[in-house]
Ligand binder design. Structure first.
Ligand code: GH3
Ligand code: MG
Length: 439
């Protein structure tokens, strides 16, 4: 009764059950098995339909019988014999098989159809194989780790740690091992990210950092990491994909360097475009820009500003007596006296030849005249000396305060008018432009 119930259960589980005895030849050597009894699941799994007395191995495995029979005999010898997964060619079924001695030459076997699991496993293995080939083609390194509450288990790695780091793969068992070769400047950041990766469920992130190879070389890594939790939340799988992006980084760096170089050269060019090479002051272009800015401020906010034009007195004569080089010395030296009198917010330029134009922001005409006077005096007192020859240098200045309706050109021409007046009145003087139409 009980046996019937058990066999009914076994039947419903599709568990094959059989009893065999060993067939021996005349010398007593085992040759094959006789199937003494079996259930229908056993027939279904193995495909056996023949009479129970016929050679079991030959019937099921044909030419491969001898090998299988030997295998089963070995399993029978080993009392603890582990179950094996066998392929049954008649039915195309993979089955889990376990055999056990009963008495004398008789043994029983249990088999369970595991084709579904087997094909899933094969499918998984194929997938994994494909993934490995894919990752190898990407020239990347990838790993998977299984994370449970208590454990962090390495599942597999593709690609070569050795190729990437110069160290044998065995060196990298834990996150700490990997951190030890991360560039010291990146280590803190990577430690934080690794902590998140291994603790935060659903983490996904991409980072770039440096590692130091065994030979001291720096390798740039782009890493893509993912922590995917299982649906029941009992474990999660961490996937990591690491690329060596050193070549790309080098290119980026070279590009950046060449950009910086171009920018520096551009800055130099910009400077040259606005600078007078002899005096080091702004040239006309630079000064025009500064005055235009002041004009805009004046028109918008009514902020006053004043300019004054300087012309060296009798400069031709200086050139004639001490030569052109001596004249250059005077221009250079004269320009170097400006910062001693003017404020840093004032703007100085060489307007051309022996003329200098000074811009005094936030300055009205009265104060402008005072500044010009002060500068004139400073220059007069300056001990100019060229090749042992002492020079007495004086200047004439024309001052003009900006008025709303003036253009830049008009402003400079007003200053020039005042200057001309000064020259006419005997030089070495400061003259304020007076707009007769207004004043
Ligand atoms: P004035 O007092 O009327 O200004 O007389 P001046 O001799 O200075 O006459 P002017 O200002 O017209 O002469 C400017 C001279 O400056 C003419 C030119 O030979 C000289 N000069 C212009 N540029 C340079 C330069 O870069 N170097 C030197 N050494 N001389 C220059
Ligand atoms: Mg002159």
């Amino acid at each position: 009764m009980r046996n019937k119930r058990i066999s009914a259960i076994l039947q419903s589980f599709q568990v094959g059950y059989a009893r065999h005895s060993i067939m021996r030849n005349s010398k007593g050597t085992p040759r094959d098995f006789i199937l003494k009894e079996c259930n229908s699941a056993y027939r279904k799994i193995t495909g056996i339909t023949e009479e129970l007395e016929s050679g079991w191995g030959r019937t099921v495995f044909g030419n491969g019988a001898e090998e299988r029979v030997k295998k089963y005999l070995t399993m029978l010898d080993d009392s603890k014999g582990e179950p094996v997964v066998e392929f049954f060619p008649l039915t195309n079924v993979w089955a889990w098989t376990k055999v056990r001695y009963e008495i004398a030459d008789t043994f029983s076997s249990i088999i369970i159809d595991v084709s579904t699991f087997k094909s899933r496993l094969q499918h998984y293995q194929l997938q994994q194989e494909g993934y490995k080939i894919f990752v190898e083609n990407l020239q990347a390194l990838s790993f998977q780790r299984l994370i449970t509450e208590k454990e962090n288990i390495h599942l597999f790695t593709t690609g070569s740690y050795e190729e990437l780091t110069g160290y044998p793969s065995e060196k990298f068992q834990t996150g700490q091992d990997w951190l030890s070769i991360v560039h010291p400047e990146d280590r803190k950041r990577i430690r934080k990210i690794m902590d998140e990766l291994y603790s935060k469920e659903g983490y996904c992130g991409e980072i770039e950092y440096r590692i130091i190879r065994k030979n001291g070389e720096i390798v740039w890594i782009h890493s893509h990491d993912l922590n995917r939790p299982s649906p029941d939340g009992k474990y999660s799988i961490v996937h990591g994909l690491l690329f060596d992006i050193s070549a790309k980084k080098r290119q980026e760096l070279e590009l950046l360097e060449s950009h910086e170089l171009i920018e520096k050269q551009n800055e130099k060019l910009e400077h040259l475009v606005r600078t007078d090479p002899l005096s080091g002051l702004l040239n006309r272009t630079g000064m025009r820009e500064s005055i235009e800015r002041e004009i805009a401020l004046n028109r918008r906010y009514g902020i006053a500003f004043t300019v004054f034009l300087i012309d060296i007195d009798l400069f031709k004569a200086i050139n004639d007596t001490i030569g052109h080089e001596g004249g250059d010395y005077v221009i250079e030296t004269l320009a170097s006296t400006f910062p001693r009198v003017l404020r840093s917010s004032d703007v100085c330029s060489r307007w051309g030849g022996d003329e200098f134009l000074i811009l005094l922001p936030r300055t009205e005409k009265k104060e402008g005249v005072l500044v010009a006077e002060k500068l004139k005096q400073k220059i007069e007192e300056h001990p100019f000396e060229f090749q042992g020859q002492k020079l007495h240098i004086t200047i004439t200045c024309g001052v003009c305060e900006y008025r709303k309706d003036y253009s830049l050109k008009e402003l400079v021409s007003m200053a020039d008018k005042a200057l001309y007046k000064g020259k006419l009145s005997g030089r070495d003087t400061v003259t304020l432009f007076v707009d007769e139409s207004i004043d």
